[in-house]
Design a protein around this ligand. Structure first.
Ligand SMILES: *[C@@H]1O[C@H](CO)[C@@H](O)[C@H](O)[C@H]1NC(C)=O
Ligand SMILES: *[C@@H]1O[C@H](CO)[C@@H](O)[C@H](O)[C@H]1NC(C)=O
Ligand SMILES: *[C@@H]1O[C@H](CO)[C@@H](O)[C@H](O)[C@H]1NC(C)=O
Length: 226
């Protein structure tokens, strides 16, 4: 009997520690755009290029850049590739983000990807955004000083867009939000604003919950089996 109670207590403790673990994992992975910037900066520093400042204003613009495609994946890259007119930055992207137009700075590179399947930030980096020597040149360009990344699904689902914008501007005085506070524009996630975001997908969290529930169930079954 004492053994059974000990076992029960031990199992409960185990379940709670798992739940706590799942909770921290959710926090760490909660903004896929931030994860992508971390991935990108790690890769740059391993190639002796500087780590770039993650500018939330530039990242918000990257999300607007995605929205300009209105969910049309076929307009990204390839022979029918299109890109938003440069004038859009001042006319619509900056005002939508609440960014002072006078603080816009030169865009020194862009990486854009779109696909129907949702993949995690590390795979986005190596499988979608960096596919050829041209995108590697963009990644390692010495003129960049800052970066902003964004991701968004379309109408809450597939296809998923990823955008990285680079700039040569001074981090603290370019892409500045009016009032100094990032204006979060949902749906979609962008980097640098310290916000938690899982706008592109919700199933990674439910997946964690499911694995937790399954563990609890197995443990319970185990206890009852005694
Ligand atoms: C950096 O990214 C490129 C392109 O995905 C890849 O080939 C290379 O192995 C990466 N380097 C490191 C150190 O991760
Ligand atoms: C860096 O910027 C300078 C000045 O705008 C330009 O001439 C040069 O080609 C750029 N370098 C790269 C690698 O893009
Ligand atoms: C930029 O702003 C941050 C936060 O306001 C500050 O900590 C940092 O020192 C500033 N950097 C420069 C180069 O002014």
């Amino acid at each position: 009997m004492a053994m059974t109670i000990w076992f029960l207590l031990f199992t409960l403790l185990f379940i709670f520690s798992l739940a706590a673990d799942a909770d921290t994992q959710i926090k760490v992975t909660n903004n896929p755009a931030d994860k992508l910037v971390t991935e990108l900066n790690n890769n740059r520093t391993e190639h002796k290029a500087s780590a770039l400042y993650d500018n939330p204003g530039l990242a918000c613009i990257a999300l607007q850049y995605i929205k300009a495609y209105q969910g049309d994946c076929s307009a990204v890259g390839g022979p029918n590739g299109k890109k938003p007119a440069d004038s859009k930055f001042a006319e619509t992207f900056a005002p939508n983000c609440g960014i002072q137009a006078s603080t816009l700075s030169q865009i020194t590179g862009r990486l854009l990807g779109c696909q129907t399947k949702y993949v995690h930030a590390s795979e986005v980096f190596s499988e979608i955004l960096i596919r050829n020597s041209k995108s590697l040149d963009i990644l390692y360009n010495k003129n960049h000083t800052q970066v902003g990344a964004a991701t968004s699904g379309t109408d809450g689902g597939s296809p998923y867009f990823w955008c990285v914008l680079f700039s040569s501007g001074k981090p603290n005085s370019t892409f500045v939000f009016e009032g100094g506070v990032a204006k979060l524009t949902r749906p979609g996630c962008f980097s640098g604003a310290n916000d938690e975001c899982s706008g592109a997908h919700d199933w990674s969290q439910s997946h964690l919950l499911w694995s937790f529930a399954a563990t609890a169930l197995i443990a319970l079954w185990y206890v009852l089996g005694l």
